[in-house]
Design a protein around this ligand. Structure first.
Ligand code: SF4
Ligand code: SF4
Length: 347
């Protein structure tokens, strides 16, 4: 992988050149003392040293609500698919969010390729940046998601006076050549990048007490654990943990018909397994009617089900769920560690 250097004084020029191109540039901006991804109007709005954005950049690939089909009712039904995709550059995405996007890519391109997702994805460029100041709730170091060698077009690492830029795709290379002032990286600068990454790994405050590969087996043995009931007793079923999660991709599909009963649209919007009516089906049956079964399902989805289906865990350890949960029970790391301790005492 080729590596270049952008001096810090040249970064604003690069960002502003991108803003003035044909793409919408999105990056982390300060918001009420926190950070949120949003459209950039100027390079000065961009934060590259943030710890965690409130929401992941997922909404630029899978909007919270989107129309899938518009239809007209008459003697014959006329239906038109709606596929909207704009060119977007996600600037400054942390490795764990890139890993989450890799999971979404697999999930939406499987046996039933999702044309809406894939059309957007084809127009999204990802410029990553290593997270050197992890959030106190993050545990990416335990999941191998604190750094990444894949999933980006460009990857930046802050080494003090400059950024090392790893080139991950021909599109990334083209952007650099067209819009940035760069020079070749020296061996010593690449060593500095490794040192910065190592230092960041040592800053994580939360860690799994087992290896990530052991999670499916741990969960296999933990179905009847009292831990799920104990923790879920505090659950408000608010759904915040799943709405902020970069790897959650469940949605509900509904039809809306105009008052004239002639036009309508089919849309989808985010849904989440921690919400009471998520597993409610016609006839009134709810397959997960209590918070314990919903809580357990979420943990299995994170640590077992998606691993078995896609070979990737359903959690990248970003810590957003733990940050969002008023009941302070949402961190998968905390539940997995409690289950591990329970097993240790049991075995
Ligand atoms: S489950 Fe929590 S820690 Fe894991 S990816 Fe989702 S929000 Fe992040
Ligand atoms: S675990 Fe926390 S964030 Fe998730 S639904 Fe329950 S109370 Fe809400």
């Amino acid at each position: 992988m080729e590596n270049r250097i952008i001096e810090k004084q040249n970064m604003d020029v690069f960002v502003n050149n991108l803003i003035n191109s044909d793409a919408e540039v999105v990056g982390a901006k300060r918001k009420d003392g926190k950070y949120a991804f949003g459209k950039l109007a100027d390079a000065t709005e961009l934060c590259l040293d943030y710890d965690l954005a409130l929401y992941p950049p997922k909404s630029y690939l899978l909007p919270p609500k989107e129309t899938l089909i518009k239809f007209e009712l008459g003697e014959e039904l006329e239906a038109e698919p709606v596929v909207e995709a704009e060119r977007v550059i996600l600037f400054g995405v942390h490795p764990y969010d890139i890993k989450a996007i890799e999971l979404l890519d697999v999930a939406f391109s499987g046996t039933n390729p999702d044309i809406n997702y894939l059309s957007r994805r084809a127009k999204v460029t990802i410029i990553g940046i290593d997270c050197l100041n992890p959030n106190p709730n993050a545990f990416c170091a335990s999941l191998g998601t604190a750094t990444t060698d894949t999933g980006f077009d460009l990857m930046l690492t802050d080494i003090g006076a400059s950024y090392v830029v790893a080139i991950g795709s021909s599109e990334g290379e083209e952007l650099l050549g067209k819009y940035a002032v760069t020079r070749e990286a020296t061996q010593s600068e690449l060593v500095q990048r490794d040192e910065q990454r190592q230092k960041a790994l040592a800053k994580y405050k939360v860690a799994l007490s087992m290896s990530a590969e052991d999670l499916p087996e741990l969960l296999d043995k933990s179905w009847d654990s009292p831990v799920f009931k104990e923790k879920s007793e505090k659950c408000l079923s608010c759904g915040s943990c799943v709405m902020v999660c970069p790897t959650c991709f469940c949605f509900d599909v509904q039809d809306d018909i105009a008052l004239n009963l002639k036009q309508g649209e089919r849309y989808r919007q985010w849904d989440g397994c921690m919400l009471v009516d998520f597993a409610l089906v016609a006839g009134g049956e709810n397959f997960r009617r209590d918070s314990e079964t919903r809580f357990r399902h979420r943990m299995y989805r994170k640590g077992k089900y998606l691993w078995e289906r896609y070979g990737k865990l359903g959690c990248v350890g970003c810590g957003r769920c733990a940050s969002a949960c008023l009941a302070e029970i949402a961190s998968p790391a905390e539940t997995f560690n409690t289950l591990k301790e329970e097993r240790r005492q049991h075995d």
